[in-house]
Ligand binder design. Structure first.
Ligand code: FEO
Length: 403
């Protein structure tokens, strides 16, 4: 049975949710599921904006057939050719033989890479800012490459001021009936997943997101319709500010996250003592994560949020403990920068993790490492405790700057 919602009187949400998938991209845990959004515009011509993942194809076709109510589908706009959105192109072409696929030259190339069906006479290839009239509605296409793939474009509907934003402004999480941001407690229930989605999926491409924000800044956008998560029809300034900060790698908050690896609890002990001392020093909302038991996507999300990080780890095989090393590599891959970092290393006979972590951090932009780097030999003793309190003082002093 169909399950749709109205975005406006003539634009319909025809997407769906998957709560069975454990790992998005076979990589990221999604305990709250995932939404694949697709939008159908009814006018003199009908146009579908993107399709959905193959896991929800049955629901998707029930939705569009109900919404079309016997009318043909004239256009499929492909803003993004990643398979979580484009899995149903061939089936749409078969069901609607007069339907044209609208995309740019790169879109068409990717369709041909992924699929084998014949596109002859079935495409409308658009260039930057070209328009497509549906009657009352006019679509204008803005190319936003690498947000998140090279072919990505956004589609602006001029009469109702809707921006179909592809992956941008999306989130992990399945919708629960409520489609719009003003129908949910976004900061409480969605922001962490939206940040984790941004940081891990789009985070590497901050400069490209900045380019997109500049390109779109002159538009009168009243509703943002992303491919994942809620539709935005209020608080757009708040949302755009989050994207602006994240894409400039500016910390979202002045906050401290302590991220540790610990084999037998001794490094963890030092982190707990430091966290308590910071709290005594007035720091609120401190977060502590065990990198061995926390998915790296959550750690990355915390790096996007927090201004100050403490990384603590044992030396392992004369190097950085593997779970921490993986986290550090992910930080570099995602282009993270502009953070203040405290370091605690542990090593029973030849501590090496601190220096090697410093070397890895030096490959990131604008990372400031606080002094001292605390060295623990097996477990914290008085000399290590003194260094730990010096690090606490350095963190407090750094936090108080530009307070
Ligand atoms: Fe939701 Fe880049 O695909």
């Amino acid at each position: 049975m169909y399950c749709t919602r109205k975005v406006t009187q003539t634009v319909f949400w025809v997407g769906g949710c998957d709560r069975r998938l454990a790992l998005f991209e076979n990589l990221f845990p999604i305990p709250r599921g995932i939404t694949y959004n697709s939008y159908l515009i009814l006018d003199q011509k009908t146009a579908l904006i993107d399709t959905v993942d193959s896991s929800i194809s049955r629901q998707f076709f029930e939705n569009i057939l109900h919404t079309l109510d016997g009318r043909p589908l004239d256009y499929l706009v492909v803003n993004h050719m990643e398979p979580d959105h484009c899995a149903n192109i061939e089936e749409l072409m078969l069901r609607f033989p007069s339907m044209k696929v609208v995309g740019n030259a790169k879109t068409i190339g990717l369709i041909q890479q992924f699929y084998a069906f014949d596109l002859e006479d079935r495409t409308v290839i658009v260039k930057e800012r070209d328009t497509l009239s549906l009657g009352e509605h006019t679509l204008r296409f803005y190319f936003t490459p690498m947000v998140h793939w090279p072919e990505v474009m956004m589609t602006y509907e001029e009469s109702e001021h809707l921006l179909f934003s592809a992956d941008a402004f999306g989130s992990f999480g399945a919708l629960s009936g409520n489609l719009f941001n003003d129908e949910v407690r976004f900061e409480q229930d969605w922001l962490a997943d939206a940040r984790r989605y941004y940081g891990n999926i789009v985070g590497k491409y901050g400069p490209q997101v900045q380019n997109a924000l500049k390109k779109l800044s002159g538009l009168d956008i009243r509703v943002i319709c992303p491919l994942h998560g809620v539709v935005w029809r209020s608080d757009l300034v708040w949302l755009l500010d989050k994207y602006d900060r994240w894409s400039r790698y500016e910390p979202e908050e002045k906050a401290v996250a302590l991220l540790y690896a610990s084999m037998y609890g001794d490094t963890e002990n030092a982190v707990n003592i430091l966290a308590g001392a910071l709290a005594e020093g007035g720091v609120k909302s401190i977060t502590v994560y065990d990198v061995s038991s926390t998915h790296v996507s959550t750690l990355i999300s915390e790096v996007f949020r927090c201004s100050h990080l403490v990384l603590a780890m044992p030396t392992y095989n004369n190097g950085v403990y593997p779970a921490m090393l993986n986290f550090l590599h992910d930080m570099k891959a995602l282009n993270l920068q502009n953070r203040t970092v405290g370091l605690i290393e542990n090593g029973s006979w030849a501590p090496a993790a601190g220096k090697q972590t410093m070397d890895l951090l030096s490959e990131l932009k604008d990372i400031s490492v606080l002094k001292p780097v605390v060295t623990i030999k097996s477990s914290l003793k008085n000399d290590g405790m003194a260094a730990l309190m010096q690090l606490k003082d350095s963190i407090l002093a750094s936090l108080s700057q530009n307070a």
